[in-house]
Design a binder for this molecule. Sequence first.
Ligand code: NAD
Length: 500
Amino acid sequence: SMAGNGKAAAAGVVVPEIKYTKLFINGEFVDAVSGKTFETRDPRTGDVLAHVAEAGKADVDLAVKAARDAFEHGKWPRMSGYERGRIMNKLADLVDQHTEELAALDGADAGKLLLLGKIIDVPGATQMLRYYAGAADKIHGDVLRVSGKYQGYTLKEPIGVVGVIIPWNFPTMMFFLKVSPALAAGCTVVVKPAEQTPLSALYYAHLAKLAGVPDGVINVVPGFGHTAGAAITSHMDVDSVAFTGSTEIGRLIMESAARSNLKTVSLELGGKSPLIVFDDADVDMAVNLSRLAIFFNKGEVCVAGSRVYVQEGIYDEFVKKAVEAAQSWKVGDPFDVTTNMGPQVDKEQFEKVLKYIEHGKSEGATLLTGGKPAAEKGYYIEPTIFVDVTDDMKIAQEEIFGPVMSLMKFKTVDEVIEKANCTKYGLAAGIVTKSLDIANRVSRSVRAGTVWVNCYFAFDPDAPFGGYKMSGFGRDQGLAAMDKYLQVKSVITALPDSPW
Ligand code: NAD
């Protein structure tokens, strides 16, 4: 897989070469002011993968200053959208050329499948980048109907310095999900990748410089949430924060924005998404979809289909086949092309998932398969299925962020709509049915930002993505995402001599 580039660690585990481990501020890789570093670990073994410079408040101050200077005095916001788009397209080409290496970096840092990194994460990220490169020269306002002797129009202007705080489950996608529209808008950014997965973001900073993104436009400050992250959200000179992560931290980010300079925030938070399978479904297709929906990326997906509701007519058959499907989902080294699922990202998540499994058992749910660590070393967990789950149980309400499916039976459409909406979250939902009427009715009744009918995880840069309820607000993807990075200015001009 990484022949010629990586080195093989103990027991055949291939580790990619790691080139960038310092902070990236104002176009240069630099040590932290404090000189501190932190460890990022390989979840396949628990071994240290790299020591990475650890940003603190002083470093965030420097990064924000660089971003502010680049915004106020640099050419990026003043360049034509077309020119920004050309540089973004060049960056996309460079990222594509390094696909193998970047997929391997995320693979080793996050335990993600190398193969899927190469065919989903990296190409998906460059598709996103190119989508917004194409949007950069199509940012325009409206002509207003203003009463009286005036004319009016709106200007869309870049919002300024954007703080980007992202999680570890899709390090590459998350980076470009936020950075691409921000760049297209003419903003400058300070990105804090998750402490578990800082490596690919630093690589992207390097490639951005090669592509011609001016110094100070993209800054990357790896570090921890309560230090580097909090320094961004409380900073008086950051204009907006774009965040993806937990609902708990989303709340802190809003508080911090409110207490400092009232910067705008957009929050893409957790989920407990239902996948609803109706009696008329093709059971084999539905079982495969449900397996993908919860076990893809080891369940470390904000839109994971963690609650599976199956109508009573096919319930018994579904359960039997779902257990077989889970048992044939291969857990192992994410660099092995036959593996379906790698290890959880770190020890903390590993322990958290196992704790939820214990809760499921003690609350009276029946564990049908899985439920244990899947290896002696590393943070591997077996694909797990619970039945006899009731809607009030922790495993039906809280985001586990691991390979744990809660299977539930329902009778009527009315009943399942109510159940689908009975958590605090509203990120996504899936529906499997051949009935157009049921699909349409449920699509409109579920309070979620994305609904998939007879599919799951069908993402596209053009489809706005975000939450209802406590899954957050603001939209990533689509032209809707540009709004987060733009201000609207109304310009009204007097027309004293207008004939009408
Ligand atoms: P988190 O919300 O703690 O971390 C996300 C990002 O926020 C990281 O970069 C982190 O360093 C940063 N952060 C943490 N505290 C901060 C603070 N006080 N101020 C500013 N930034 C801060 O998520 P996590 O700890 O990585 O995972 C915990 C849970 O979050 C998971 O179990 C899962 O439920 C959820 N999660 C959701 C998503 C998603 O895509 N919606 C992604 C990852 C995790």
